[in-house]
Each structure stands twice: as structure tokens, then as C-alpha cells.
Design a protein around this ligand. Structure first.
Ligand code: PDD
Length: 311
């Protein structure tokens, strides 16, 4: 079986109770994640092997599982131990932990199968730090209609709508596709979108049309810490087009300024003061991760339970 050349084959993953190299992980073609995209996921950043905002990520995972009527296969403590074990077993200090839970392997039938174990998979990839020159210049984005389903609040692995949207910007070398539904900003293909209007930071309402990123509440807190006024409200497409600043947030992008939209400069075409100050506040917040979130702290009690027989 071919293996992507840009990935480490030896990167250690967790799959249904055992730790194994990425190149050896196998899932049945009957897995409902493969057949139907019937699963949910999380992407959790870790810096210096300390997971950032992990409680919020695990709480959102629990909400996504509940929303698709799947039983959470692990307690919060077990998730934390598994995350820390994967972090500890991989080489990089700064990593992203990907967790995926699918409804498991069953005869192909749209209705939920009975008595089937979920598939639980975790992998790590090096944190994709954005080069300083790119941060300094900001990124280009385009807009497109939001054609996705109406349950964007569920972090589902069924991402075809997001994939097609992202491809539009990828094809022209832009960083993201910002989505508009019925004249209103929702989010981007894999990030949340923020605008500055009349000096105020604005974010679209938290609702089922979009994923509530873990950085949404965090940025709300950071904005208040650094004295930036902020509000959640519907944001019209025309407001996006004449915003003083636009920025994106996600686990991997952190906070990044959008400096062109559909080929036109946003204000002067340079990162503005609000995005710069929120990016700096975000970097400070990363330094405050508690020792409890450090890889290795909680792993011991679970090593016996989750360690593969030959490890
Ligand atoms: N995506 N909206 C969508 C559609 C997303 O896919 C993401 C994150 C976000 C931001 O959420 P957070 O702040 O929790 O990362 C918003 C991840 C990174 C991904 O799919 O790779």
C-alpha cells in the first residue's frame, strides 16, 4: 500500500486500544467513517508537549458525539491520558493531536447498526507553524457561497462541503475560502472568521450554521483582557467587504490576519492593530498552559491498559 511521502511512517498513532506506527494502522473498508463519513473529530494543538485548551476540545468532542447519538467511548481522564501518551511517543515538541471516532464497522445500511464498537483513532502531526513573513504580510482569502449542511456546529468528519470550498482558494494560492450564506458571513472552510468594524471586533452568532471554534471563547476572553470591545452579531456580506480588519482563527492557524479578500486589499492590505494585539495575546496565553496538561503527567495509570502487547 502506498504511503504519503510527506508523512512520517513511524509517527505513533492510537487505534482501538493499541499504539502503532501510522504506516501500519488499518481500518476496515466497511467502517462507517469510510462509507458514510459517519464520525466526529477534534484537532488539538500542543506546544512543548503541553496540550492547549484541551478541556474545551474534549468537551466539544463529547457534544459532537452526543449530537450524532454516539456513546463517548472514553471518560475525560482516559482521553487526556491517551492524548498525553500519543504526544509523549512522538518526536516533535509542538504537535497537533487528531482524534476521530466513527460509528464502527457494520453491514452497509444508513440506519445506525446495533451493538457495534466505535472506531477510535488518534494521530499526531507536527504543528504547522506559519512562517513569520507570512504572518507579517497576512494572507489572501476568497469568498464563496456556503453550500454545506445546516449542522455545522457538529465537528463531523463528513467534510465534503468544506473540502470543495477550500479547493476553490487552494487553486489560486489563497489561504482560505470565507463562506457566505444568504448574504451573511458564516465561517471559512476550516476556520472561524472575525471582522473589525468601527473599531469593534465582531464575530458571527454562535449557532448551528457554523462550528464554534475553541478559539471563539478564547478570543472573547483575550479581547476583554487587552481592552478590545467585541460583540457577537450577524455580519452581512457587505460589512465583510468593507471591514477595517478581517482575521481567521483555528487550532492550526492560531490568529491570522486576512489582508486581501477576493483580490482587493482589506484596508491598507496590512495586518491591523486588533489582529496584531490578539495574536500577541494568544502567544501569551500559550505560555500559561498548566503543568497538568503536560505529556507524561497522567500517562502511567493507563499505560497498562492501552499499551500494545508487544510494546
Ligand atoms: N478546523 N470552523 C471549521 C469549519 C473548522 O474546521 C475549524 C477548525 C474551525 C476552528 O475551530 P478551532 O478553533 O476549534 O480549531 C472553525 C480544524 C483545525 C481542522 O479541521 O483541521
Amino acid at each position: 500500500m502506498s504511503f504519503p511521502s510527506d508523512l512520517s511512517a513511524e509517527s505513533v498513532c492510537y487505534l482501538n486500544g493499541t499504539f502503532q506506527p501510522l504506516s501500519q494502522c488499518r481500518v476496515s473498508v466497511l467502517d462507517r467513517g469510510f462509507i458514510f463519513g459517519d464520525g466526529v473529530y477534534e484537532v488539538i494543538p500542543a506546544y512543548g508537549r503541553r496540550v492547549f485548551q484541551v478541556d474545551a476540545h474534549l468537551a466539544r468532542l463529547a457534544r459532537s458525539l452526543n449530537a450524532v447519538e454516539m456513546t463517548n467511548p472514553c471518560s475525560k481522564e482516559d482521553w487526556l491520558a491517551l492524548v498525553q501518551e500519543v504526544l509523549a511517543r512522538n518526536a516533535e515538541d509542538d504537535q497537533c493531536i487528531y482524534i476521530q471516532v466513527t460509528r464502527g464497522v457494520a453491514r452497509r445500511d444508513h440506519a445506525f447498526p446495533r451493538g457495534v464498537e466505535p472506531t477510535v483513532f488518534m494521530m499526531s502531526f507536527p504543528f504547522p507553524h506559519i512562517p513569520a513573513d507570512k504572518r507579517a504580510s497576512g494572507v489572501a482569502c476568497i469568498t464563496a457561497p456556503d453550500l454545506r449542511w445546516r449542522n455545522g456546529h457538529i465537528k463531523s468528519t463528513a467534510l465534503l462541503g468544506n473540502v470543495l470550498a477550500r479547493q476553490l482558494s487552494a487553486e489560486i494560492g489563497a489561504a482560505e475560502t470565507i463562506l457566505i450564506r444568504d448574504g451573511w458571513l458564516t465561517e471559512a472552510s476550516a476556520s472561524n472568521v472575525w471582522v473589525v468594524r468601527n473599531g469593534r471586533l465582531c464575530a458571527p452568532l454562535r449557532d448551528h450554521d457554523k462550528l464554534e471554534g475553541i478559539r471563539v471563547s478564547l478570543l472573547e476572553e483575550l479581547a476583554s483582557e487587552v481592552g478590545i470591545n467585541m460583540e457577537f452579531r450577524p455580519i452581512a456580506e457587505w460589512e465583510l467587504r468593507c471591514a477595517e480588519e478581517i482575521m481567521l482563527t483555528s487550532a492550526t492557524k492560531e490568529v491570522i490576519s486576512v489582508t486581501t479578500l477576493d483580490g482587493k486589499n482589506v484596508s491598507e492590505g496590512r495586518p491591523g492593530p486588533v489582529s496584531q494585539s490578539l495574536y500577541a495575546a494568544y502567544q501569551d496565553a500559550k505560555k500559561r498552559i498548566g503543568p497538568d496538561n503536560c505529556a507524561g503527567q497522567h500517562a502511567d495509570p493507563l499505560k497498562k491498559r492501552y499499551r500494545p502487547k508487544n510494546a
